[in-house]
Ligand binder design. Structure first.
Ligand code: HEC
Length: 143
């Protein structure tokens, strides 16, 4: 029993006196996969932000969205310019029923619909930003 005591104290003293035992190296694979996932996530986030920004980054859309729309004026504008196709209560005629359209489409898409002329026979309108904001206020009021 005495012999074994001496051996264990020898091990302790040599360990305390010398350099600390080398730490095991962290395995590179362990950190690599989470790191890659993080990078992929960050890339996806950047791309998402870029796409979201792009749709509202065009200056016309941005300034239209920044303005407060006047519902009364929007209603008049609609009756004069749009009701011929969409109906006097936006119930649909040549063009579709617009009730609930602001729940189906986001504002930049509504603006594109009005200004792009991409879906004939709906013409390409060129309202100034305030007029666009007023029309949007009207479209929002259609529940
Ligand atoms: C000459 C007829 C015509 C006029 C005038 C017209 N539209 Fe349209 N509009 C259409 C048609 C047709 C569509 C369907 C286009 C498609 O998706 O193919 C449409 C689609 C839309 C949509 C998308 C509806 C949806 O469910 O996605 C909105 C919003 C809209 N019009 C708003 C307006 C506004 C605001 C005006 C007036 C500034 C206007 N329209 C004037 C014919 C017209």
């Amino acid at each position: 029993m005495t012999g074994s005591d001496v051996t264990s104290s020898d091990v302790l003293s040599s360990s305390a006196g010398g350099a600390p035992p080398p730490q095991p190296q962290p395995q590179p694979q362990r950190g690599l996969i989470p790191a890659l996932l993080l990078v992929a996530l960050a890339a996806a986030l950047c791309l998402g932000l870029l796409l979201v920004n792009q749709s509202s980054q065009d200056p016309y859309t941005r300034s239209s969205l920044a303005l407060h729309g006047d519902l009364e004026r929007g209603t008049k504008l609609f009756l004069i310019n749009c009701a011929g196709c969409h109906g006097i209560a936006a119930q649909g005629l040549v063009g579709p029923n617009l009730h609930g359209v602001s729940q189906r489409k986001r504002d930049p898409a509504l603006i594109q619909q009005v200004v792009s002329g991409r879906t004939p026979p709906m013409p390409k309108f060129q309202p100034d930003p305030q007029t666009m904001a007023d029309l949007l206020a009207y479209l929002h009021s259609l529940q």
